[in-house]
Design a protein around this ligand. Structure first.
Ligand SMILES: NC(=O)c1ccc[n+]([C@@H]2O[C@H](COP(=O)([O-])OP(=O)(O)OC[C@H]3O[C@@H](n4cnc5c(N)ncnc54)[C@H](O)[C@@H]3O)[C@@H](O)[C@H]2O)c1
Ligand SMILES: O=c1ccn([C@@H]2O[C@H](COP(=O)(O)OP(=O)(O)O[C@H]3O[C@H](CO)[C@H](O)[C@H](O)[C@H]3O)[C@@H](O)[C@H]2O)c(=O)[nH]1
Length: 351
């Protein structure tokens, strides 16, 4: 199903985890794609794998630009040479712990980079944006499932950049109503493309659960620390809404189509989750089942700042974007393992 007119999309951070998976789907859906990425948290091999996955013909519609959103000139160069119909804005730093120790780096990268992007988009009259927000803007939710109209809170500098960037988007739209902005609040993206050719490849020791489990499974790490076993949940471990990265990628296509089709979209937030809560221990056992590997665990104290249970209300995205996650945790673990098993060191050739 290609789009009738070929639309040109700028994807910031397109070499990263969610970016690469989304670019594959965009190309398959008939969009033309330009990536801008400074490769701060990614490698060019990931973009090469995207080309390999979509094949030589669709690869002709993909352009990679090495550039940093903090340098307005890098963005300007792209807009000066071609017209973009919309921007999907993934580029940003995302490590919560690092943001606590170095908030200036987060404010500089995430806020300044995004403001430069808006300025350049406005200058070239490109006023459609899909922005990567996060369930982190719900803080420690008092009620679950999280609904888009809940009060928003930030728990750390990273979360504050997402909250500020949501507020900035709402202010820009309020002042200039011709902007169309979709804020996508991702829950916990996991899994990989079913081919096992692209996936998440964090630098250093992973902070997030699934990349950590995956590195235990391939023998890079000895055991998983399960942070918290005394939460008031079914098995004492914390509950999250894990979502397959390919479902997430398709959520971006749905958001783009909504932007193009609905002049009244304004600036609107949507949750991208499955609506299902899964505990850490349930995730471990689903991964063991998918991989046939035993994951040694150590029950450890709670991680500071973690919420007990977070999952999405998916009604608004279903109703207004016509999008619903298709995959469950078994498929997420199957594809995560497929990626890990064939790329134990990620995109590196060998350690
Ligand atoms: N993965 C998650 O758990 C999660 C959850 C909620 C929200 N998000 C958000 O989604 C977006 C994408 O996340 P991801 O998991 O793909 O992360 P990622 O780190 O894999 O991808 C981000 C990409 O942006 C690039 N980048 C960062 N700063 C840049 C800059 N100034 N200029 C150009 N490129 C830059 C990085 O090199 C990287 O390739 C981020 O904004 C993140 O905060 C991620
Ligand atoms: O080694 C680990 C890593 C994680 N966990 C636990 O696994 C759960 C999920 O943790 P993640 O770090 O994978 O994900 P979070 O829910 O903490 O946060 C992630 O998803 C959020 C959205 O909900 C934000 O976007 C945030 O930036 C992003 O890191 C938590 O209970 C955590 O304590 C472990 O037990 N051991």
């Amino acid at each position: 199903m290609g789009s009738s007119v070929e639309q040109n999309i700028l994807v910031t951070g397109g070499a990263g985890f969610i970016g690469t998976h989304t670019v594959v789907q965009l190309l398959k859906e008939g969009f033309k794609v330009s990536i801008i990425d400074n490769l701060d948290n990614s490698v060019i091999e990931a973009v090469d794998r995207v080309r390999e996955l979509v094949g030589p013909d669709l690869s002709k519609k993909l352009e990679f630009n090495l550039g940093d959103l903090r340098n307005k000139g890098d963005i300007e160069k792209l807009f000066a040479k071609q017209r973009f119909d919309a921007v999907i804005h993934f580029a940003g730093l995302k490590a919560v712990g690092e943001s606590v120790g170095n908030p200036r780096r987060y404010f500089d990268n995430n806020l300044v980079g995004t403001i430069n992007l808006y300025e350049t988009m406005a200058k070239y009259n490109c006023k459609m944006m899909v922005f990567s927000s996060s369930a982190t803007v719900y803080g420690q939710p008092e009620k679950i499932p999280c609904m888009e109209d809940f009060e928003l809170k930030a728990m750390n500098p990273y979360g504050r950049t997402k909250l500020f960037l949501e507020e900035i988007a709402r202010d820009i739209h309020a002042a200039e109503p011709d902007w169309r902005i979709v804020l996508l609040r991702y829950f916990n993206p996991v899994g990989a493309h079913e081919s096992g050719r692209i996936g998440e490849d964090p630098k250093g020791i992973p902070n997030n659960l699934m990349p950590y489990i995956q590195q235990v499974a391939v023998g890079r790490l000895p055991e998983l620390n399960v942070y918290g076993h005394d939460y008031p949940t079914k098995d004492g471990s914390a509950v999250r809404d894990y979502i397959h990265v390919m479902d997430l990628a398709d959520g971006h296509i749905a958001a783009l189509r909504k932007l193009f089709a609905d002049p009244k979209i304004g600036c609107t937030a949507y949750n991208l989750g499955t609506g299902q809560g899964t505990s850490v221990l349930e995730m471990v056992s689903a991964f063991e089942k998918a991989s046939g590997k035993k994951i040694p665990i150590k029950l450890s104290p709670r991680r500071p700042g973690d919420a007990t249970a977070v999952y999405a209300s998916t009604e608004k995205a279903e109703k207004e974007l016509g999008w619903k996650a298709m995959y469950g945790v078994d498929e997420m673990c199957r594809d995560q393992w497929n990626w890990a098993n064939s790329n134990p060191w990620g995109y590196q050739k060998k350690h």
